[in-house]
Write a protein that binds this ligand. Structure first.
Ligand code: ATP
Ligand code: MG
Length: 402
């Protein structure tokens, strides 16, 4: 058993001692068998939520209506979910009705792919009711049961298939792939946010080419927001030499760039359509601006450095590296670090100082003078020192008054 399972073992043993069944399930079992690092340990149990809560001192109702209770133990949290079946799938989305059951088999049956339908006992014995182990060994993604039906129940599973293809470098089993091809249009029924999470995971996977190829061969990409006309763009992504993206910011920066979206409003339109946060929109806009500069001249001016910020600069350089015009990251960070100031609030004069020195009266002129001061400091024309800046501001004010 891996260390994370060792730590969780007493939880399972406590549930078993009370006369219920409990197993490790889902992604953590799959990743353990593949020898990959685990990010969370999920437990499935025959105990109902109220029964689970009685057995442990500290629990949180993280999703109690779906049967999920988080058990807190020694600084760890374990999502513990009652065996359940799902019904009443409406509009090809996940069900709004779940029924708790006492049978592990029923619970494993509702899971998406055979490699995700494995369970493991506290002793490390694998329970494999759908030949998931063989599929894991062969590197195959196969729907549990009849693929067509499973994608009708929840169309997001099609996106999950291509995302796992990318993360694991697995092939999608022919009938499962055919069912995706036939039902791809159902993806439009799925909330954009859920599709987005899978798309980001696909592009951050270790083998994005495997995921992209599956997207193209099944035609699923046509039903992703703003992607219907992007076949050439996706093919170009495939043609880029071995690449790896490690952040959501770099995912959207690369996509914006490849889609030729180079200005703020075009990027905003893409990201709003995909319902990302405003923070992400600002970051990607700054990173794409920096990419423009890097492509054009291989470097950023002081002002470009200042307005990009280190985080977006790092994103831009990660993407530039993939595109073949990346710079030495340490050198970029150094040139950013050597800016006289990194935030406009560090400027040694503010509006109040200008008023006190009787250089201006409140109004638009004040903002304009402050902006000129900021630019002078960033570009190294004037030192960020109050007296020097007041002298400079006086000069600017005079010239503006004449
Ligand atoms: P990850 O490494 O991304 O967490 P995961 O397999 O753990 O991968 P989760 O989304 O955390 O994926 O889901 C946990 C488990 O729940 C899955 O392994 C699968 O058994 C089941 N599951 C999740 N989403 C679905 C779905 N849409 N349809 C059917 N089963 C699902
Ligand atoms: Mg998981």
């Amino acid at each position: 058993l891996p260390a994370a399972f060792q730590e969780a073992k007493p939880i399972i043993e406590t549930i078993e001692a009370a006369g219920f069944e409990a197993y490790f399930v889902g992604g953590c079992v799959r990743d353990t068998i593949l020898g990959k690092p685990l990010h969370d340990v999920d437990i499935a149990t025959s105990a109902f939520p109220a029964e689970v809560k009685q057995l442990f001192k500290r629990t949180v109702d993280t999703g109690i209506e779906h049967g999920t209770v988080m058990i807190l133990d020694h600084g760890n949290g374990y999502e513990t979910t009652t065996f359940r079946t799902e019904s009443g799938y409406q509009d090809f989305r996940r069900p709004d009705q779940v029924t708790f059951v006492r049978s592990l088999k029923e619970d494993l049956k509702r899971r998406d792919f055979t490699i995700n339908a494995l369970a493991m006992t506290a002793k490390g014995e694998v329970i494999d009711l759908f030949d998931g182990l063989a599929d894991l060994k062969r590197g195959v993604l196969r729907a549990v049961g009849v693929a067509e039906e499973r994608f009708h129940e929840d169309a997001l599973r099609m996106m999950r298939a291509v995302r796992f293809a990318s993360q694991l470098d697995f092939a999608i089993e022919p009938q499962t792939q055919q069912a995706i091809t036939d039902n791809a249009a159902l993806l439009t029924k799925i909330a954009v946010e859920r599709t987005r999470v899978e798309w980001e995971k696909l592009l951050m996977g270790q083998h994005p080419d495997a995921g992209l190829k599956s997207l193209l061969t099944t035609g699923l990409y046509q039903y992703m927001p703003m992607m219907a006309a992007q076949k050439p763009m996706l093919q170009q992504l495939l043609a880029l030499p071995d690449w790896h993206l490690s952040t959501i910011e770099s995912v959207w920066t690369l996509l914006s760039w490849q889609m030729q979206l180079r200005d703020a409003s075009a990027i905003r339109h893409l990201l709003k359509t995909w319902k990302t946060s405003n923070e992400l929109i600002s970051h990607v806009t700054a990173a794409v601006n920096a990419l423009n500069a890097l492509e054009r001249s291989g470097r950023l001016t002081s002002e470009e450095n200042f307005y990009t910020g280190l985080d977006a600069l790092t994103t831009a350089n990660q993407v530039a590296t993939i595109l073949g015009f990346g710079q030495d990251q340490a050198q970029l960070a150094q040139s950013y670090a050597s800016l006289p100031i990194h935030d406009k609030h560090e400027l040694a004069v503010n509006g109040g100082d200008l008023l006190k020195a009787k250089l201006v009266t409140p109004g638009p002129m004040m903002g304009s003078i402050l902006a000129t001061c900021l630019q002078a400091v960033i570009t190294g024309k004037v030192e960020n020192q109050q007296d020097a800046l007041l002298d400079f501001a006086r000069m600017v004010a005079d010239s503006k008054n004449h």
